[in-house]
Design a protein around this ligand. Structure first.
Ligand code: DGL
Length: 272
């Protein structure tokens, strides 16, 4: 019997450009899939907004992708994953993957000692939601977990201040609690933070292992493809469609910082 395939696209969304760190990993891992990326650039940042607002936005962006007949939805945005995923799952039947659970699973898999100290950094709303510590506690009770909001990291990355002295100072200042009480594992709980990995690694030193939830999502999607989603035909050509809710030019300019070599040729602006 022939292997069944499902050539429908996979929808991936973020509050803006940051989810491209996740898309980059997915493009490399699933070369035959068709992805549709939606960045809600008109309403970014989500990182300081309330649960009610983030839930509403998450459902609106997901509806746009569902109307495009996606076989699965990936919430690349940590804030949307932390605050909006419950409401989204209740709203639709399409399989939904967020970044919190995969990031936590990867952190625990990498933890070498039983008494390890796990740090989490993210936007104000992600940290206030407690989504990461709550998920870790369900997976492995009685862990030592410390969380820190680092709201200044997002604008630094958006402005391209990656190797800037000011960025290093801000990273040092923000992560000072993790220098006093070191963490063995640090979960980068925000789409933009993987871009700052080299500076964060320098500041915290070799004792701390950085967990990038963008990489963790690939493993989770592999499982989802086995259990709920079918792959596309292996000889299919990869395709990525980009949509934003505001100013496509700016998206294209910043996208290079996240996607590296991968070109973003065409970005369409849409109203949700
Ligand atoms: N995408 C957001 C996140 O991962 C960061 C940017 C924002 O605040 O919207 O939490």
């Amino acid at each position: 019997m022939d292997t069944p395939y499902d050539s429908r696209p996979i929808g991936i969304f973020d509050s803006g450009v940051g989810g491209l760190t996740v898309l980059k990993e997915l493009i490399a891992a699933f070369p035959h899939e068709h992805f549709i990326y939606l960045g809600d650039t008109a309403r970014v940042p989500y990182g300081a907004k309330s649960v009610r607002t983030v839930e509403r936005y998450t459902i609106q962006v997901a509806n746009f992708l569902i109307q495009r007949n996606v076989k699965g939805l990936i919430a690349a945005c940590n804030t949307a994953s932390a605050l909006g995923l419950g409401a989204l799952r209740a709203h639709c039947e399409t399989p939904v993957l967020g970044v919190i659970q995969p990031g936590c699973q990867k952190a625990l898999a990498e933890m070498k000692s039983r008494s390890g100290h796990i740090g989490i950094i993210g936007t104000r709303s992600t940290i206030a939601s407690g989504a990461y510590p709550n998920t870790l506690a369900l997976l492995k009770p009685a862990l030592k977990v410390s969380s820190l909001a680092c709201p200044l990291f997002v604008p630094l990355v958006e402005e391209g201040w990656i190797n800037h002295g000011a960025t290093r100072l801000i990273v040092e200042e923000n992560l000072a609690p993790f220098l006093k009480d070191p963490v063995d594992i640090l979960i980068l709980g925000c789409t933009h933070y993987p871009v700052l990995k080299p500076i964060i690694a320098q500041v915290l030193g070799p004792r701390t292992q950085l967990i990038d939830s963008a990489e963790a999502v690939v493993e989770a999607l592999e499982k989802l493809m086995n259990q709920l989603l079918l792959p596309t035909q292996p000889d299919a050509k990869q395709r990525v469609d980009f949509y934003v809710t505001d100013v496509a030019d700016r998206f294209q300019e910043v996208a290079g910082r996240f996607l590296g070599e991968i070109a973003v040729d065409r970005v369409e602006m849409v109203d949700l």
